[in-house]
Design a protein around this ligand. Sequence first.
Ligand SMILES: [Zn+2]
Length: 89
Amino acid sequence: MSNLPNGAENDSRAPWNEYDNLCRYCDADVLYDFFIEEVSKDLGVQMMEFDSEEDYLEFLHEQAEFNLSEHGLCKQCAKEEYYDDDDDL
Ligand SMILES: [Zn+2]
């Protein structure tokens, strides 16, 4: 009787959601690589605007670090961040 599509909201395994589940502490390496790739993809064309490849790579590094610092925490780390050294169990 119902013609509403089922599972429209069950899209949590979409590739773009995968990274939202990563934590900037626990998955720092993965995220860093991901951000470097993202930034270089976004800004690769602008490489000629830098004096040297070194400057460019440093820029990528800074952007990746910044993105990383803005990234969310997993439940565990968020708990530690908010409650500091509050030991529960
Ligand atoms: Zn974590």
